[in-house]
Structures are given as structure tokens and as C-alpha cells.
Design a binder for this molecule. Structure first.
Ligand SMILES: [Cu+2]
Length: 335
């Protein structure tokens, strides 16, 4: 299979990964492509998604028999420290709040050897997400690999005590992309912060508003709009090849989806053969709206984290959205 086909199928796999998933369609992704993902997603799910709860469906034994979409997962990612023979080693990190140190780990293969060869995805060989179990303290960072030892590391300091989930999102060279997770404890007193539904966030002087509803088991359009001082922000910069990155965690088990736009980067969108040359106009700057197609696998609460870049600085806006069950449908959002 050629690289383009593999990447394309990986995209489909990611959409399937969350039981149809939070697919991210950045402003630069043509609508036809998004529609294509959804079609693939639906096709791929045929045999496992007759049940309302995709996550409860047993995994198909003949998974490998499906032509092509080897990256397809029928359960959400980010719930295990091992998958496909790969293991996330114990995570070394400071054990106390405020201590300067280093966070480090290895990815081990099925023979216990550290993995040193990766496939770059969205400009990075590995994406690291760290979040406290109550959904606070979210960080999306990119550690450095020591190619000699396979140790990934970066400087680290905990701001608050608590129990954290560490997610490593990567693709070993020649293998499917996976997300592995570990729990890390940081000693000290802490009080969990209860989430409350919120579709607006104020961050670093920006006001970010989420418009749209989540319906379990059905594609839902979400639009994130960014303003500063009451003015729409139209100078979003490409960050990791897109104008916005969305991480979605399901409250309750922190099932994880870290979705960058699949398909065209801001650069390649300009040469997209859809004939829609409008897209070339947004290759340098994007905004104020970033569009997403999201699909929650189950009803319930989801924690959404949007990374966007302005003036060379990455900002993260946080939202808490309750997905309605399909029979209730999307109710009116009149404001
Ligand atoms: Cu990343």
C-alpha cells in the first residue's frame, strides 16, 4: 500500500477509533473529504455498530481480514498501557509539586526493546498529553527522543498534586498509530474540581466559543470561534500543520482522542484538487472559526481541549459538553 493510501486509511481509522469519534475537520479541510471520512467510518463500522454502545461491542476476531483499514479500532484509545504488542514503560517524573525535574519514558516493543523509529505525524514523532484525573491541568507537549536509548524526555514541573493520566500518541515505524496511557501520582493535598457544562472559555485574553451540539452515535458539527477584545481573530497560525487541534476525553474513563486534521495540511490544501481554491486563501492565516465534525460514542459528558496558535504562542481553550442520546436528538441552542 502506498503512503498516501495508508495515511488516508489511517484517517479513517482514527475516525473509527472513538466508535465513530471526534473527527477534526479544520477550516482547511474540504467538506468533501470530511464527508469521505464519515462514509468510510460508517462502512468500517457496519459489522460492529449495530449496537447502540460501540464500546461494549466485542472486538471482531477477523479484524485483520478487513481490507486495508488496519488502523481501525473498535474501542476508544488511551485506556491501556499496552496495545498491539507495544508497551508504555513506567513514567519517571517529579513526585512532588513545584520540584523541577524531568518527565521521561520509553515505548517498548513486543520483545521489550525500546522503539527508536517512528512515523512522523502532524510534524511530531510523538504527542504527549498529560491531564489530571478530574480533567484539569491539561498539557499537550512534545518531548525529545534520545535515539540511542529510546528515552523520551522533557523538563517537567507539577503545578498541583493529584492523580494524572499520561497519554503517548505515536506510530512506530511501519505500524499503526496508537495511544498508550499510564497513571502518575503527585503527592500532596488536592481537591478534585467538578466539571460543569461550558461552551465558552476565556484564555490568555481570548474568548473561545463552541457552537453546536453533540449527539451520541451521530456526526455532529462543532464550530469553535475565537475572538479577542470583542473582535474576531483572523490571524490563527498553522500549528502542527493545522489551525486547531482538538483533544476529546470522555469523562468517567478519560477515553482519549487526539485528533489533528487528517488529509491536507494548510500548505497542501492550497493544491487540493477539489477545485475549491478558496482554501488557498487560508493557508497563511485562519479563523475566527474552526470547524469540526464530532461523534461521541456514548451519551454523557466530554471534556474538549482546543489548541490554537496566535503570534507564535499556543493557547488552550477548554470546554465541557454533554452528548445527548440519539433519540433525544440535538435540541435548540438559542443564544
Ligand atoms: Cu501533539
Amino acid at each position: 500500500m502506498n503512503t498516501a493510501a495508508r495515511l488516508s486509511l489511517f484517517g479513517a481509522g482514527v475516525v473509527v477509533a472513538f466508535g465513530a469519534a471526534f473527527g477534526l475537520a479544520g477550516a482547511i479541510v474540504p467538506a468533501e473529504l470530511v464527508a469521505g471520512w464519515q462514509e468510510k467510518s460508517e462502512m468500517n463500522e457496519h459489522d460492529t455498530h449495530d449496537e447502540p454502545s460501540a464500546t461494549a461491542a466485542p472486538k471482531n476476531d477477523d479484524h485483520g481480514g478487513h481490507t486495508g483499514h488496519t488502523a481501525a479500532h473498535t474501542t476508544p484509545q488511551g485506556l491501556s498501557l499496552s496495545e498491539n504488542g507495544y508497551v508504555l514503560s513506567p513514567v519517571q517524573a517529579p513526585t512532588a509539586v513545584g520540584a523541577d525535574g524531568e518527565l521521561s519514558f520509553q515505548i517498548l516493543d513486543d520483545s521489550g526493546e525500546p522503539v527508536v523509529d517512528y512515523t512522523t505525524e502532524h510534524d511530531k514523532d510523538l504527542h504527549l498529553i498529560v491531564v489530571r484525573s478530574d480533567g484539569t491541568g491539561f498539557r499537550h507537549v512534545h518531548p525529545q527522543l534520545d535515539a540511542g536509548t529510546g528515552v523520551w524526555s522533557l523538563p517537567w514541573r507539577w503545578q498541583d498534586a493529584g492523580t494524572y493520566r499520561v497519554f503517548a500518541d505515536f506510530a512506530p515505524q511501519g505500524a499503526d498509530g496508537i495511544t498508550l496511557t499510564r497513571t502518575v501520582h503527585v503527592g500532596g493535598e488536592w481537591a478534585p474540581v467538578a466539571s460543569s457544562a461550558s461552551k465558552t472559555d476565556e484564555v490568555d485574553g481570548f474568548t473561545v466559543t463552541l457552537d453546536g451540539e453533540l449527539t451520541a452515535g451521530a456526526p455532529s458539527e462543532l464550530t469553535l470561534s475565537i475572538a479577542r477584545d470583542g473582535q474576531p481573530v483572523t490571524d490563527l497560525e498553522p500549528y502542527l500543520g493545522a489551525f486547531g487541534h482538538l483533544v476529546a476525553l470522555r469523562e468517567g474513563d478519560l477515553a482519549y482522542l487526539h485528533v489533528h486534521p487528517e488529509g491536507p495540511s494548510p500548505e497542501s490544501a492550497a493544491h487540493d484538487d477539489s477545485g475549491d481554491h478558496e482554501h488557498s486563501a487560508v493557508t497563511a492565516h485562519g479563523g475566527p472559526d474552526i470547524g469540526f465534525v464530532a461523534e461521541a460514542p456514548t451519551p454523557g459528558r466530554y471534556l474538549l481541549y482546543l489548541d490554537f496558535q496566535v503570534d507564535g504562542t499556543v493557547h488552550t481553550a477548554t470546554f465541557v459538553v454533554d452528548a445527548a442520546s440519539a433519540q433525544h436528538g440535538a435540541h435548540d441552542d438559542s443564544h
